[in-house]
Design a binder for this molecule. Structure first.
Ligand code: AMP
Ligand code: ZN
Length: 477
């Protein structure tokens, strides 16, 4: 039974879906104004683990993700310019062009990191009528008001607003950054915009007709609208990075539950941040850490996935090149160990061993997705006293969740080693190759004197014959 920490109840809870036949999962997708940094991707890796573990457990999961291509302002406090517009200006392209470019780049990164594409991916600009329907009802029922041309959600109408308030003040502050001017249209400090027709930035590229004038949706309403469009009026799990807990998810709950008149989502999973040693990871400050940069520096993207799995998703993780080097070396070593296993399907599957090993793995993940213990369970498999066929079969099962491509990478490594051996053998002088064959025959016949004589003959031709555990090799003297 999966025990998952629920940020809304502030404790670990046994996961139980609302419906027996489906788990409804929603994930806040990327704002596609730039490449995702590896911090963003930490969140998506850990959410991928949750989805895959639910599937491993036999649940039928429907996962929906939005693509934020409008309405995410540079400040979450409803001021500042739209991030998409800033991105478009930076690159001298249209908003739609950069949205497409960075959406494709995001999914290319996900593929390299073995992050499964959600069942439904929905750009925010596709669902304008859904937002208008929700906002209309919120105004009709007194939860929203018009002021200065914008529609605001009235947080004073709620019995409780701060559902995630066990976060540190620092985490909660993220959305309300310093230097943000107060919006004087708001009746209450935390009221937020559902629909903009007026902002300081009149050059918003994408606008739509609405009952309140031509304008565009706020960022928060997008996730409520997209979730309800594809998953209906209830949700099992909502995921996102910890910075989204406030105000984004807090506002999603406020507007969704006011609109529906009942509880909306049961479990909230928040992934904590990947930080640099000097603080928050950023797309604008310092080195912009992307999957492409890791590749340029020679890292396998899956070594980064391995790095993420080594720590718990509810702890901040510090990124340094040294930490990544350690993870990359450990991942490489793991792949060589898996490559040394020989699959022989004629060997019987050791049912007892497989059961014991699976239990260990499941125990780790059942405990609020303890991926670092799940990784340790891999090494238990490698050490276990059982046949290689059983080990490989158990590892393949683990990898449907961990996504480290252990078997595929091991096969690739073996093929590379084989090719290297072949190339080395082919580089040897044909006369020396012939001598090596003769020497092997002499050794087989236990004619040691003849074997030594042949070695000297090869030396006279300028080649040293060496015996290795993998067989004889020849090297130029
Ligand atoms: P964005 O593209 O800014 O909308 O963010 C995409 C996702 O990445 C959201 O779920 C954020 O909460 C998450 N995120 C942002 N920064 C980090 C970070 N440094 N570490 C982990 N997740 C992050
Ligand atoms: Zn969202």
């Amino acid at each position: 039974m999966l025990e998952l920490y629920n940020s809304a109840s502030h404790m670990k809870e046994t996961f139980k879906p609302n419906h027996p036949d489906i788990v409804k999962m929603y994930t806040c997708g990327p704002t596609v104004y730039h490449f995702a940094h590896i911090g963003n991707l930490r969140s998506y890796i850990m959410e991928d683990i949750l989805e895959k573990y639910l599937r491993y457990e036999g649940y039928n999961v429907k996962r929906v993700m939005n693509i934020t291509d409008v309405g995410h302002l540079a400040s979450d406090a409803d001021t500042g310019e739209d991030k998409m517009l800033k991105g478009a200006r930076r690159e001298h392209k249209s908003v739609m062009e950069i949205a497409k470019y960075y959406t494709d780049a995001f999914f290319a990164d996900c593929e390299k990191l073995n992050i499964k594409r959600p069942d439904v991916v929905e750009p925010a600009t596709n669902c304008i009528e859904d937002y208008i329907r929700i906002i209309t009802k919120l105004i009709d029922t007194g939860y929203a008001y018009l002021a200065g041309g914008n529609v605001y959600f009235d947080t004073s109408k709620l019995k409780s607003y701060y559902v995630f308030n066990d976060f540190s003040a620092e985490d909660l502050d993220v959305g309300v950054r310093e230097g943000v001017e107060e919006d004087t249209n708001k009746r209450n400090k935390n009221d937020f915009v559902l629909w903009f027709t007026k902002s300081k930035f009149e050059d918003q590229a994408l606008k739509w007709e609405s009952p309140w004038g031509t304008g565009y949706p706020g960022w928060h309403i997008e996730c409520s609208g997209i979730s309800m469009k594809h998953l209906g009026e209830d949700l099992d799990i909502h995921c996102g990075g910890i910075d989204n807990a406030f105000p984004h998810h807090t506002n999603e709950i406020a507007q969704s539950e006011s609109y529906l008149g009942h509880k909306w989502c049961n479990y909230w999973m928040h992934v904590h941040h990947l930080n640099t040693p000097d603080g928050k990871m950023s797309k604008s400050k310092g080195e912009f850490l992307t999957v492409s940069l890791l590749e340029q520096k020679g890292y396998d993207p899956l070594a980064y996935r391995y790095f993420c799995l080594q720590s718990h998703y509810r702890r901040n993780l510090v990124f340094t090149w040294e930490n990544l080097d350690n993870a990359a070396a450990a991942y490489q070593k793991l792949i060589s160990k898996v490559a040394s296993l020989r699959d022989d399907p004629s060997e019987p599957l050791d049912e007892e061993a497989a059961k014991a090993l699976k239990e260990k793995f499941e125990k780790a993940l059942d405990n609020d997705l303890n991926t670092s213990l799940a990784v340790t369970a891999i090494y238990d498999v490698l050490k276990y006293k059982t046949n290689d066929h059983t080990k490989l079969s158990v590892l393949a099962g683990y990898d449907t969740v961990l996504g480290l491509d252990m078997i595929g990478h091991a096969a690739k490594l073996r093929a590379e080693e084989e090719a290297k051996k072949q190339a080395e053998a082919e580089a040897v002088d044909p006369a020396v190759r012939e001598l090596m064959e003769k020497r092997a025959a002499a050794k087989k016949a236990k004619d040691w004197a003849e074997a030594d004589r042949i070695r000297d003959e090869a030396a006279a031709l300028g080649w040293r014959i060496i015996d290795t555990p993998q067989g004889p090799k020849a090297e130029k003297l």
